[in-house]
Design a protein around this ligand. Structure first.
Ligand code: NAP
Length: 309
């Protein structure tokens, strides 16, 4: 248990946090980034990325590694720990961690992202890790030549479903409406993929199995008709909940729980900034997170300069 002093404390190592770290460290401001898992955030769990400028196609883990190495090269310190609370003491901003260490600085940047939404149906918790998954890149390989179901209709569901066609004998995408929410270019690619099948206007009522998932009970939302489909796995990509509850003083949020910031990425608590997926904004892309991270770090630097007089 120790108290460590920095200028900028970044919570979370996704693209937003790593970019803040790069800008902070490069400006010679004492900057630490605290991440409970591996740096990279959601991109570390994404198969292929083709919408990050400069890279026509790059694997998520590779981009995460490049961003991490880049920031470290300029002196960013990365600590493996979980931040449990962020709070204020006068003009100081502090982060308490699960290990008992405390980080004291003049600015905190929240880059805490979000956690996947659960379907909340019978069998989901019971079979989690035994056929129920929220990460294709982590678990796809376990289901070679099996029938894989994917739930959701957004970019994540469609892209991850296509990634899963590398493993499954077929991939059935189950969506609650008759139209996908995903970007058109992603949809078109999925419709052309011979291993993809679509079940429309349908929700999963339960996930069934013995020791592992063996089938799903489905319900057609328009007719109410129930059916069963045999699958070896179900991957759930139905959006996520922002991790926005660690500030003791409470920051202003929108109805979805996303943190509201001003144009400097500052939250309603002075000296606490937010960037990336945890922040309320129209889209949640890597490019946004990177832009947010830049602004947050530069705004934090200005605050530190002002406080130093
Ligand atoms: P999303 O865009 O919010 O889509 C969530 C999907 O899940 C929607 O199709 C929604 O259905 C469905 N859904 C929500 N709750 C459900 C429930 N209880 N039961 C069944 N279906 C449910 O989330 P996302 O796909 O995770 O994407 C999140 C953000 O990351 C987006 O901004 C996306 O653009 C971005 N992203 C981008 C890329 C990329 O550009 N390559 C890749 C991944 C993610 P409805 O359509 O009926 O609402």
């Amino acid at each position: 248990m120790a108290e460590k002093e920095y200028d900028i404390i970044i919570v979370g190592g996704g693209p937003g946090g790593l970019t803040s770290g790069l800008y902070g460290a490069r400006a010679n401001v004492r900057t630490v980034l605290i991440e409970k898992y591996m740096p990279g955030g959601q991109i570390a769990k994404t198969d292929e990325i083709e919408d990050y400028p400069g890279f026509e196609m790059i694997s998520g883990p590779e981009l995460a590694m490049k961003m991490t190495e880049h920031a470290k090269k300029f002196g960013l310190e990365i600590v493996s720990d979980e931040v449990t609370e962020v709070y204020c003491e006068g003009e100081d901003r502090l982060a308490a961690t699960a290990s008992g260490d405390r980080y004291r600085g003049k600015a905190v940047i929240l880059s805490t992202g979000g956690s996947p939404n659960l379907l909340n149906v019978p069998g989901e918790k019971e079979f989690s890790g035994r056929g129920v998954s929220y990460c294709a890149i982590c678990d796809g390989n376990f289901f070679k030549n099996q029938i894989i179901a994917v739930v959701g209709g957004g970019d994540a569901a469609v892209e991850e479903a296509m990634f899963l066609t590398k493993f499954g004998s077929k991939v059935i995408l189950i969506h609650r409406r008759d139209q996908l929410r995903a970007q058109k270019i992603i949809q078109e690619r999925a419709f052309r993929n011979p291993k993809m099948e679509f079940i429309w206007d349908t929700v999963v009522e339960s996930i069934n199995g013995d020791t592992r998932v063996t089938s799903l009970t489905l319900k057609h939302v328009k007719t109410g008709e129930k059916s069963t489909v045999d699958v070896g796995a179900i991957f759930i990509f139905i959006g996520f909940v922002p991790n926005s509850n660690i500030v003791r003083e409470g920051v202003e949020k929108d109805s979805g729980g996303y943190i509201i910031t001003d144009a400097r990425m500052e939250t309603s608590v002075k000296g606490i900034y937010a960037c990336g997926d945890v922040r309320a904004q129209l889209v949640r892309q890597i490019t946004n997170a990177v832009g947010d991270g830049t602004t947050a770090a530069m705004a934090a630097e200005k605050r530190i300069e002002e406080l130093k007089g």
